[in-house]
Design a protein. Structure first.
Length: 94
């Protein structure tokens, strides 16, 4: 099940939310340590395993850090509703 559906369907308590967020953050840290940038992290790209652990998926916009030329690394990709405001503002001013 997607995190997006769980958020809509279930009432999660603070401890559950912190646990899910912690596991997602650890996953992102692991990806970054391996040199990968997801670039489209959002609730619908988080699935849950049978053991109810969050799993990051949909690596369609994923890039290898340091592989892209600098200007291309900063192109806005992903889902606008989940982008950082400064990334959107930078794209508008470009």
């Amino acid at each position: 099940m997607e995190l997006k559906k769980i958020i809509k369907k279930e009432k999660l308590n603070e401890i559950q939310i912190k646990n899910i967020a912690r596991q997602i953050i650890l996953g992102v840290i692991h990806m970054h340590q391996k040199g990968y940038l997801h670039r489209d992290l959002k609730p619908s790209n988080i699935l849950f395993s049978e053991s109810q652990k969050p799993v990051i998926c949909d690596f369609g916009y994923c890039e290898v850090a340091g592989y892209l030329p600098k200007p291309k690394m900063y192109y806005n990709v992903g889902s606008p509703a989940y982008m950082a405001p400064e990334a959107i503002a930078k794209n508008i001013s470009s």
